[in-house]
Design a protein. Sequence first.
Length: 255
Amino acid sequence: MIRFASLGSGSAGNALLVESGATCLMVDCGFGQRETLRRLARLGRSPDDLAGILVTHEHGDHLGGVIPFARRHALPVWLSHGTFSAAKAVTNDVDLRIIDSHASFAVGALEIRPYPVPHDAREPLQFVFSDGKIRLGLLTDAGEITRHMRDLLSGIEGLVLECNHDADMLAASNYPASLRQRIAGRFGHLENGAAAGLLREIDASRLQQLVAAHLSEQNNRPSLAVKALSTALGCSDQDIGVAGQEAGFDWRQLA
Ligand SMILES: [Zn+2]
Ligand SMILES: [Zn+2]
């Protein structure tokens, strides 16, 4: 069984908990220390419950709070070599463990399969978690869908999927043209339609939990993201979760 919950999701900060048995991992931490503790407590967890922190990439909304939190609570941190070097995280008082972007590894009861994604960072990763039977995929901060992603996420039981923006809202926004191009570009962020396209292209027959994540507060609306995903799956809007910037989302379970 896998359980997962979010402390918050979006460009102002991200952190996800993934749990199997007694193993609880935090993925990214884009919040300050006090805020992280507050959000963990809301989900019934404390730093003592964590086996460590897994990092997707060096952008501040993901890495910002990781090093001070890991140092303070003596937690190991797993990250790619590119993320490590981009973060200049050379510090002898935090247990940093560099991972191979293509090799699975285990932490307690969780098996973690990293995979590279196109995003404007040094060596950005996303992950598929497994307890040996059930799989949970995480896919945010990716400019486009690749065949490798489709292969990995096909037949998955749970998915936290970026729905960063609505293409029309972004095009009509008052963002500078360069920023609009960065977000919509091949190394930017997934828009609602691209996320929905992934669901159409993979085997989604075993999907028990789907959560839209990393929504832009300016260039998206939860209702638009939900509608895009529910239309792609042919399911009810109520079946789709949304990870909020403030609220994240409460524990969900895959069995
Ligand atoms: Zn991000
Ligand atoms: Zn990013």
